[in-house]
Every structure is written in C-alpha cells, then in structure tokens.
Write a protein that binds this ligand. Structure first.
Ligand SMILES: Cc1cc2nc3c(=O)[nH]c(=O)nc-3n(C[C@H](O)[C@H](O)[C@H](O)COP(=O)(O)OP(=O)(O)OC[C@H]3O[C@@H](n4cnc5c(N)ncnc54)[C@H](O)[C@@H]3O)c2cc1C
Length: 464
C-alpha cells in the first residue's frame, strides 16, 4: 500500500456483521485511527455458544493472505494454515492422482479453519481501543431520515437504536443493510440461485491421530454432474463437501433422491466407494447436516451517497468453486483503505467520493470472479477427469516456465497473484485462444510448436 496518512480521528464508522470482511475492515480502519462500532447478530464465537456456521474450512490464496498481512495478522494465521499443492483426483476405482496447482511447489493455496480465522480477527479487534464489538445485535431496520439503525438484541430481547454517520454492510449474502438500502435507491441487484446445493460430511483422524488422506492436497472426487471435495484441518480431520443438484434430472443425480439412509449409502458407495469407509458418521451427518444453498449476487451500485456502503458477500456473493469468496471480500477491505488514503489524504473525508471510487474499482472485478467461479464448477466436477485438460494444464505450466511474467495460467493469476480479477479474466481469454491454437492435433507436449508459442505470446500478451 502507499504511504500512510492521518485520517480524521473523530470519524466514527458503524459496521454491520463481524464475519470475515466486517472484522478485517474494522481492524484496518481502527489501526488507522478511526473509531469503529461493529455489530454482530450472533454471540461471540470465542465463548463457544455460537451456532455452527457454514463450511468449516476454506481455501485462502494470495489476495486473502495479502490483506491479512496488511493488518499484521498473516504470521498468526500461518500457524493454523495447511498448504495444499494441488488437487488430488480420486477416480471411481479409488486411484489417486495429483494435479499441481502451480508451476512449482512455491505456488500453493492454504486450507484454513473458518472459525479460527474469525477468532483471530476478533482477537485483533479486541486489542484496538478504537474498536468496540457488540455481539447479539441483529440489524433489523434503518431510519434513513434520522440516521438511526435499529438492532434486535437477543441478550435481553429488546431493541436498541444506534445513531450513525457512515454505515458499512458486511452482513453477508442475505444482507439486511442491502435490503434496507434498496428501499431508498435502486442498487440494481440480481440474485441467481444455483441448482446445486451442498452438504458437509467429515473424516476424523485415524486411530493414532494420523490423517487418513494426504493433508497437503485438496481432494476431489469429480463425477461429471456432481462432486465430493475434502480439505484438511489442523487436527488431521477432513471437512468434506458433497456438491449435488437439489433435484435429480434425466442426466444428473439429485439430493431429492437421497431422502433415506439406504438410498444415501447406496449413492455414496456407487460414486465415492473409497471415501465411505473413512466417514464413520455418514448416516448421522446426512440426516443432521442441512443442504446449503449456493448462488451469485451482483449489484450495480454498492453505496448510497455518503451514508452507506456494502462490501463482501453483501455486495457480491459468489459460488465457492474458485475458493475466492473470502479472498475477494478481504480485497474489498484493502481497496477501501487505499481509496481512503488516495482521496483527500489528511483532509475532511468525502465519503460519497470514497465509496464511489471503491465501487468503480471493484464492481467489474467482482463480476469477473463471479463468472470465473461459475466456470470453475464445470472444471472441477467434469473437465479435470479428461486427458485433454491435463495436457492443457501441462502446457500452461510449461509456457509459464518458458515465458515468466508473460504467460501465467488464469487459475494462477486468480490464486497466486493480485492482478485485478477482470484483468485475469481478460488475459485468460487471450491465453485460452493461444492454448487452443497450440494444442490443435497435439497429444503430448512433444507435438507443441514452442516457436509459434513464443511468437503468439510476444504478440498478444504484455507482462503482468
Ligand atoms: C460451501 C462454501 C465454501 C466456501 N469456500 C470458500 C473458500 O474455500 N475460500 C473462500 O475464499 N471463500 C469460500 N466461501 C465463500 C465465503 O464463505 C464468503 O465469501 C465469505 O464468508 C464472505 O465474507 P463476508 O464477511 O462478506 O460474509 P460472512 O462471512 O457471511 O459474514 C457476515 C456476518 O454478518 C453477520 N450478520 C448477518 N446478518 C446480520 C444482521 N442483520 N445484523 C448483524 N450481523 C449480521 C453474520 O452473522 C456474519 O457474522 C465458501 C462459501 C461456501 C458457502
């Protein structure tokens, strides 16, 4: 980031939602001297009585890690991050094959326990005297004429009003702030629900505490129309997620066929036979764990004048197949700090201008990662199974080695770099054209004309 500037110390900012983006944004703002009031509907998760959240662990890439580093938290997060060097593909016959993510072992993504990451952020928030967190406060409604936000407090079943100057909504995909803003201004919201849902299952550690799968890989059982994935946790257990259509169709299986135990077990044995013996609580987990919804939310406007801004899932929820939701939300937080520094540094803050700048910088990028995340579902559940895809990956990595800084696989641009998502998308399209041309009639790298490759790359791509 650029040079630090003195922010207006008396500006108080109200943030709704102490999840991933909200807590990091609050920490970054308080570190710069802003007073921040952070409200969260759930109890303090560190006190052990919070409801179970969705998805136990997540993949963090360079964007998320950079944001954590900006807040001085990366070292701590690294103590509970597990590097994953590639996808371990499980065939129907139970064979395992590693597809590396990057061009070499330095390019890895990290499996991180969601609750621990949230707790780490909350601990950092507690250390900042400019920041106050109120748990058990659920935003209910906003009086935009008097600038009062009303919260339901589960502690005493009462309601409180909180006067605000500036509101930031990080209250997730179902954002109450977004809904309230929409009563005042057209945010151009589109919500697109995916036909696929998900259910979490788990593999505990072995009898001696050992991991039952390779912890340094993201395990994938791609089965065409659906898939099972698994990420390691620090205690050597694995969190598994079954992604499957909600309704069966002529060419796909669906959760609605799996309503009773024999049907669930038969399905798992038919497609994931090597995983079944590792999931001892399969029957209970199928019964108890809900089927989660997945979807994409896009907004054409993220702010309402100088009063309110939405970021993270509240502004751009995406499907989880690129492992980028938190990464993108964290990137919003850093981008807001950059806008604050660049616009009228040291002077009276024009929030409308800051919010508008952030929106301009981020919307195209949010849309690009939303599209790439949708595309990646097809890749993960289907394409990875085909030799043609493997050859394409091999060629991408070879071109990266031969043309460093010029040709970088789109997956790598998203996971291991911080170039804007929209730019990664644009370069990815050009690179896809180059790969198509080079792979015409090729069945191995020996068939590829690397002189043509050099010419095309020099002609079509500049440095990253
Ligand atoms: C199955 C699955 C797997 C995923 N895997 C990954 C992954 O591997 N990598 C990745 O980067 N992303 C992943 N994601 C996406 C990621 O979870 C989200 O993008 C991320 O949590 C968004 O952060 P956020 O802070 O915007 O919202 P959230 O994390 O949803 O936080 C919102 C917070 O606001 C609070 N809140 C909500 N309403 C109110 C209210 N009215 N008043 C007060 N508080 C409120 C909530 O309790 C919560 O604490 C995955 C998502 C799913 C569903």
């Amino acid at each position: 980031m650029g040079k630090r500037v003195n922010m207006q110390k008396d500006s108080t900012i109200t943030i709704i939602g102490a999840g991933m983006a909200g807590t990091l944004q609050a920490v970054l703002l308080a570190q710069r001297g802003f007073r921040v009031s952070l409200f969260e509907r759930n109890p303090d998760p560190r006190k052990g009585d919070a409801p179970a959240g969705r998805s136990v662990n997540l993949a963090l890439g360079e964007r998320g890690r950079f944001a954590l580093d900006t807040a001085g938290l990366l070292e701590k997060v690294d103590t509970f991050s597990i590097p994953m060097r590639g996808r371990m593909l499980h065939s129907p016959e139970g064979e395992q094959r590693l597809q590396p993510y990057g061009k070499d072992d330095t390019e890895v993504i990290y499996s991180v326990h969601r609750a621990r990451l949230n707790e780490c952020l909350l601990d950092a928030a507690d250390d900042l005297e400019e920041l106050s967190i109120r748990f058990n406060h659920q935003l209910d409604r906003i009086d935009w004429d008097t600038n009062q936000a009303w919260f339901k407090c589960s502690e005493d079943s009462g309601e409180i009003a909180h006067g605000f100057k500036v509101l930031i909504g990080t209250d997730g995909a179902g954002s109450a702030l977004r809904r309230s803003m929409q009563t005042q201004a057209d945010l151009g919201v589109s919500e697109e629900l995916l036909e696929t849902g998900y259910k979490e299952l788990s593999i505990p550690p072995g009898e001696n505490g050992e991991p039952l799968l390779d912890p340094n890989a993201l395990h994938v059982w791609p089965r065409g129309g659906f898939m099972l994935i698994g990420l390691a946790n620090m205690d050597n257990s694995f969190t598994m997620t079954l992604f499957l259509d909600n309704h069966a169709s002529d060419n796909n299986r669906g959760f609605d066929e799996l309503e009773n135990w024999p049907a669930q077990l038969d399905f798992m044995n038919e497609y994931f036979a090597d995983a079944v013996p590792l999931i001892p609580d399969l029957e209970r987990e199928f019964k108890q764990n809900p089927i989660g919804l997945l979807g994409t939310i896009r907004c054409k406007k993220w702010h309402m004048d100088s009063k309110a801004l939405i970021i993270g899932d509240a502004a751009h929820a995406i499907v989880p197949f690129h492992g980028q939701g938190v990464n993108a939300a964290f990137e919003d937080c850093v981008a807001l700090m950059e806008c604050l520094q660049e616009i009228e540094p040291g002077g009276e803050i024009n929030w409308k201008e800051v919010f508008s700048e952030l929106q301009d910088r981020r919307i195209a990028n949010a849309n690009a990662i939303a599209d790439m995340a949708l595309e990646n579902y097809e890749i993960m559940r289907e394409s990875v199974r085909h030799e043609g895809f493997l050859l394409r990956k091999e060629l991408e990595h070879e071109l990266e080695r031969r043309h460093p800084g010029h040709f970088i696989a789109r997956y790598s641009l998203v996971m291991f770099h911080r170039i804007p998502y929209a730019e990664a998308y644009r370069r990815g399209e050009i690179q896809a054209g180059i790969l198509d041309e080079l792979l015409k009639g090729a069945s191995s790298l020996d068939d590829v004309d690397f002189e043509t490759a050099a010419r095309l790359i020099n002609h079509k791509l500049n440095t990253v």
